[in-house]
Design a protein. Structure first.
Length: 95
């Protein structure tokens, strides 16, 4: 989970634009989980459980990068042509 990241945790960033590029970085900081405002559904009497998000700052070979409002309980996130995760990625072809 993104909320479980700590300083120096490994963080993977996959840029899926023209030529896919995988970058491996280290977590610099993680914010405390913040509530993400629930969406109101007309006629809904009980609000849905509130999601929480975190902001993560990562040191990559090209410099530091901020990832805003990642789902606290998520392990993989996508934003346009970029995906990011903190999960260990396979390192051989026997996966």
């Amino acid at each position: 989970m993104f909320s479980g990241l700590r300083t120096n945790s490994i963080f993977y960033v996959l840029d899926k634009s023209n030529e896919p590029k995988l970058q491996i970085g280290q977590v610099v900081s993680v914010s405390n989980p913040q509530p993400k405002f629930p969406t109101y559904q007309p006629g809904q009497f009980s609000p849905q459980p509130m999601e929480s998000v975190v902001d993560v700052r990562v040191k990559l070979p090209d410099g530091e990068m901020d990832f805003k409002q990642l789902p606290s309980n998520g392990q993989i996130a996508n934003s346009g042509s970029v995906s990011y995760t903190h999960l260990t990625l396979p390192t051989n072809s026997r996966v």
